[in-house]
Design a protein. Structure first.
Length: 74
C-alpha cells in the first residue's frame, strides 16, 4: 500500500497569504459578480471595486461565498 503525501503547513500558509493580496483581475471579476448580483441595475463601479477588494482581502476564517454566474443563451 502506498503512502499519500500531505501538504506541508508552510505551503498551506503560503496559499492563504496569497488570498490576502488579490490580483487586479480577481478584484475586477468579483466587482463584476457584484454588478451581476444586482441584475445589472445602475450602481457605482467604484463602490463595487472597493467592496470586492474588501471581500477578497478579508482575513476571516470563513471561506468567502462565491457568487453563482449563470449564462443565458440568446
Amino acid at each position: 500500500m502506498q503512502k499519500m503525501k500531505s501538504t506541508s503547513p508552510s505551503k498551506t500558509r503560503t496559499a492563504r497569504a496569497k488570498k490576502s493580496n488579490p490580483s487586479r483581475e480577481e478584484i475586477a471579476l468579483r466587482a463584476y459578480h457584484i454588478y451581476l448580483e444586482r441584475n445589472g441595475a445602475p450602481g457605482d463601479p467604484h463602490s463595487d471595486w472597493l467592496r470586492a477588494e474588501a471581500e477578497l482581502t478579508a482575513t476571516s476564517k470563513k471561506p468567502s461565498r462565491k457568487s453563482k454566474v449563470v449564462s443565458i443563451a440568446a
